[in-house]
Design a binder for this molecule. Structure first.
Ligand SMILES: Nc1ncnc2c1ncn2[C@@H]1O[C@H](COP(=O)(O)OP(=O)(O)OP(=O)(O)O)[C@@H](O)[C@H]1O
Length: 409
């Protein structure tokens, strides 16, 4: 593995309000010295409000920076990615290496990157230190992004997940239990289990049987290059992605610490429109019929639908253990109505270790897909993208393989 050249010009965006409001303290206590010792010049930018980071990267002179690093939860990275893709020069802009240092309460991408590094599950503080080390090593990998279409907004780009039903409900409803700390997820999971809801809707997807080939250069890991020096290439990862079929798995366990993100105060993301970015070749307009090669799920009653493109949904929730950074695949899970509360609880508990797919639960279905469409029939509900609420209604998504670059160490 090649090491990060020094000095490196890094913009470090810190959301002081993220998580328990300790991101700046965590920076001072852990990250500042690590980056300095690694010879990484960084400029600290403290975000002041929602969409500050998005506006900042939309306008920034990116030639001044070798990397944009976010110290926050996943919400700030969502802003940065969408800000980059809203630029007229989005194709170049989205190539800038991004980094994540866990400062929020969910930290799903940081947990995923830590997991991909082969390290065992650790505590929150150890996760921060681990991600700090990976940042100092400075290896950059391609990362899939998923383009999401909502009814009243052309597109947003997502790097983590889309959820409807149980997971989205717990994610957002747990906000009101914030005063009990991370236990709010446990509380809300139990509350939601006690009053288990079923959602009606139509789900269809394009199976990932024929994955798109990407240029080799884009699939290779690259060393983060600094001072405008050319990148040093290192051997690429094997581009093997086995053919995927609808695979029915079983599981049953539950999660007593569902750590996803919140943003009840945040307006739905549909107000933020992204018109630039790559075109979606697989998706017809949202109000038009789907092509005949799509699979339509026969069930209409769901407990949850969850699309994952990274391994973790939270620090201790490995919802898609088989996922990798840039496989060009969406891991689509759904739980059919009829599952018992005990079985659902068992499923979430098993998710903490990522063993839920190894069990036998007839109600949990997992499919590897390249695109999907979800049309809720139940009039009220919550849909989240990367853990934050978006407009409720028909939604469809397509994966763009390796579109972004992320520092993985
Ligand atoms: N200074 C600030 N004050 C209030 N909100 C901010 C500020 N800076 C950024 N934000 C907004 O806070 C939102 C939530 O941030 P983020 O998701 O990164 O942290 P978090 O929600 O605490 O973490 P997690 O999602 O892991 O729980 C972001 O969408 C961002 O727009």
């Amino acid at each position: 593995m090649n090491k990060l050249s020094r000095p490196c010009r890094m913009m470090l965006l810190v959301n002081p309000q993220s998580g328990k409001g300790q991101a700046l303290t965590l920076y001072n206590n852990h990250i500042q010295r690590m980056l300095n010792e690694a010879g990484i010049q960084h400029t600290l930018v403290i975000t002041e409000r929602q969409n500050h980071a998005r506006e900042l990267v939309r306008e920034a002179d990116l030639s001044q920076w070798d990397a944009l690093v976010i110290m926050s939860g996943d919400g700030l990275l969502f802003e940065v990615i969408n800000g980059l893709l809203e630029r007229p020069d989005w194709e170049e802009a989205i190539q800038i290496p991004l980094g994540i240092l866990p400062g929020g309460s969910g930290n799903a991408l940081a947990a995923s990157i830590h997991h991909y590094s082969g390290a065992p599950q650790v505590s929150s503080e150890e996760l921060l230190v681990s991600c700090g080390f990976l940042m100092c090593k400075g290896l950059v990998s391609p990362m899939d992004l998923v383009c999401i279409h909502l009814s009243s907004c052309p597109r947003v780009f997502s790097f983590l997940s889309l959820a409807w039903g149980f997971v989205a409900d717990v994610d957002i409803e747990s906000e009101k239990y914030r005063h009990v700390g991370s236990a709010r997820f446990t509380v809300c999971t139990l509350v939601r289990l006690a009053s288990l809801r079923v959602y009606k809707g139509k789900l269809a997807y394009l199976p990932a049987t024929d994955l798109p080939k990407r240029e080799e250069g884009l699939r290779n890991k690259k060393t983060l290059h600094c001072n405008n020096q050319p990148p040093t290439s290192v051997p690429g990862r094997p581009s093997t992605v086995s053919p995927c079929e609808n695979t029915f798995h079983n599981s049953c366990h539950s999660n007593n610490s569902l750590k996803v993100r919140k943003v009840e105060s945040t307006p739905p993301r549909s107000t933020n429109i992204s018109l630039s970015g790559p075109s979606d070749s697989l998706l017809p307009p949202l109000d038009k019929p789907l092509p005949s090669d799509w699979t339509v799920v026969q069930e209409e009653d769901f407990v949850l639908v969850l699309a994952m493109y990274q391994s973790h949904l939270g620090e201790d929730m490995m919802a898609a253990p088989g996922s990798t950074l840039d496989e060009g695949v969406i891991h689509l899970f759904y739980v059919r109505a009829g599952i018992s509360r005990a079985a659902l609880l068992k499923m979430f508990l098993a998710m903490e270790k990522g063993t839920h797919l190894a069990n036998n639960c007839q109600h949990l279905v997992h499919a590897k897909v390249r695109a999907f469409r979800l049309e809720p029939y139940t009039p009220k509900g919550i849909i989240t993208v990367d853990g934050e609420v978006v407009e409720y209604g028909p939604v469809q998504a397509e994966v763009h393989r390796g579109l972004a670059r992320i520092i993985t160490g």
